[in-house]
Ligand binder design. Structure first.
Ligand SMILES: [Fe+2]
Ligand SMILES: [Fe+2]
Length: 414
């Protein structure tokens, strides 16, 4: 019972997406060939735009009560460009995540986990296609004196690589399968929040794109949680290189970038005025943090406790976890290293509130000091060496962070 209609985009753009897929996701045929084996009875993958339903009247912002915009060209000035920027950023995440997932597919611990990832990649390709539909079906993105904004944006998107995507989270190279599963659990979850907020979008074609995308994101998030849990349990049993300590480092690598995907904690008001989203950055980020803690990491910790202390009931495991979190009281046989810990919101931030960005907070959220003064960028980077994955620390993305940190403090330290 599909609650959407499907559309294709004009042939030359369709061909461009298929060409992109051939170069960036040549494994896609494994997914389509084996769909029935791994996802029996579920609607097979198809590269189409899915047009769902959305309220026709703007729900909030300066246009509340008026009909939503059907034509991009009817939006003026900043609003037109702000809509384009959101669509561009959204589409960049879709293409970017495919380029990332692909690198470490072979590290999957099972065929099902590998096909879960392939399905996520296929659906992200469809989401990119959906954003192309938003741009390509509406000729009014081409505006007198502004050029063909749709065409220019699509061409730019097709040329983006890991390193040149809009958001930092999509410029981090995957090095191991923990990246795939933690990304699906933690970064796709930000995507869910963005799509939920964008259901109100005052540019109607964007609003109508959200519900079908959200139903696919639900699979990304649930399979991500399931496979993240499996990787953590295997790691704790010594069946994953680097053990649970390595999984913790991979979580430390992703979570700060996920928090930053919401935009600065002090922002979001203009976008709400335009009626593009229905929550401020800080409000949605706060809900996200709670969901990561309660729905992603706590269930894994309960399973880790049950694995470590055989015979422990789920209720007993919950009691233990509560004691650990509230009282920092570990029972015999359990240490902090046996569990995963969500880093503090202030840890390893490069964007956001000035009191957090580039400030030397440790993973527990304590400001690190040396002789009564905050740690120098160099000393903080030495600390980061102990809590982030070695391959990430050797990457261009981390080098960029270090350069930005130095520039932030004028090369002089604090
Ligand atoms: Fe997506
Ligand atoms: Fe996704």
């Amino acid at each position: 019972m599909a609650s959407f209609t499907t559309e294709l985009i004009p042939e030359r753009f369709h061909a461009a997406v298929v060409d992109w897929q051939g170069k960036n996701f040549p494994e896609m045929h494994f997914l389509t060939d084996s769909w029935e084996k791994y996802f029996r009875g579920q609607t097979p993958f198809q590269l189409t735009a899915r047009i769902g339903t959305a309220a026709p009247i703007a729900e909030l912002g300066q246009f509340a009560g008026q009909a939503k915009f059907e034509k991009a060209g009817d939006m003026t000035g900043n609003m037109f460009y702000s809509a384009k920027d959101i669509i561009r950023a959204q589409c960049s995440t879709e293409f970017g995540s495919i380029q990332q997932h692909r690198l470490t597919l072979e590290g999957a611990f099972s065929d099902q986990a590998k096909y879960d990832t392939l399905r996520i990649m296929g659906e992200e390709l469809r989401h990119a296609y959906q954003m192309f539909w938003v741009l390509a079906h509406d000729p009014s993105w081409k505006k007198l004196g502004m050029g063909d904004v749709a065409q220019e944006t699509m061409e730019e998107l097709l040329s983006m690589q890991t390193g040149s995507h809009v958001l930092d989270a999509f410029n981090i190279v995957f090095n191991e399968f923990a990246d795939n599963v933690i990304f699906a659990a933690v970064i796709d979850l930000v995507g869910k929040y963005q799509l939920e907020m964008q259901r109100v979008f005052t540019y109607a074609p964007m609003a109508r794109s959200m519900a079908p995308m959200l139903s696919e994101e639900a699979f990304h998030i649930t399979s991500g949680r399931r496979n993240f849990k499996e990787v953590a349990l295997r790691a704790a049993r010594g069946e994953y290189a680097g053990g649970l300590a390595q999984v913790q480092k991979v979580l430390n690598q992703w979570y700060p970038r996920g928090l930053e995907m919401f935009g600065s904690e002090s922002g979001g008001a203009t976008v709400m005025q335009f009626g593009f989203k229905d929550k401020t950055n800080a409000a949605s980020q706060g809900e996200y943090m709670q969901e990561v803690k309660e729905m992603v990491v706590e269930p894994i910790n309960l399973a880790l406790i049950q694995q470590k202390l055989p015979g422990t009931t789920l209720d007993k495991a919950k009691e233990i976890l509560w004691q650990v979190e509230e009282e920092k009281d570990y029972p015999a046989g359990l240490t902090p290293k046996d569990l995963l810990h969500v880093p503090a919101a202030s840890f390893f931030r490069k964007r956001g509130l000035p009191e957090m960005a580039f400030q030397p907070y440790d993973a527990e959220g304590r400001l690190m000091t040396e002789g009564g003064k905050p740690l120098s960028p160099k000393a903080y980077q030495a600390y980061l060496q102990t809590v982030l994955p070695a391959k990430y620390l050797a990457s261009e993305e981390f080098a960029k962070y270090c350069r930005e940190a130095d520039a932030h403090f004028g090369g002089k330290g604090w």
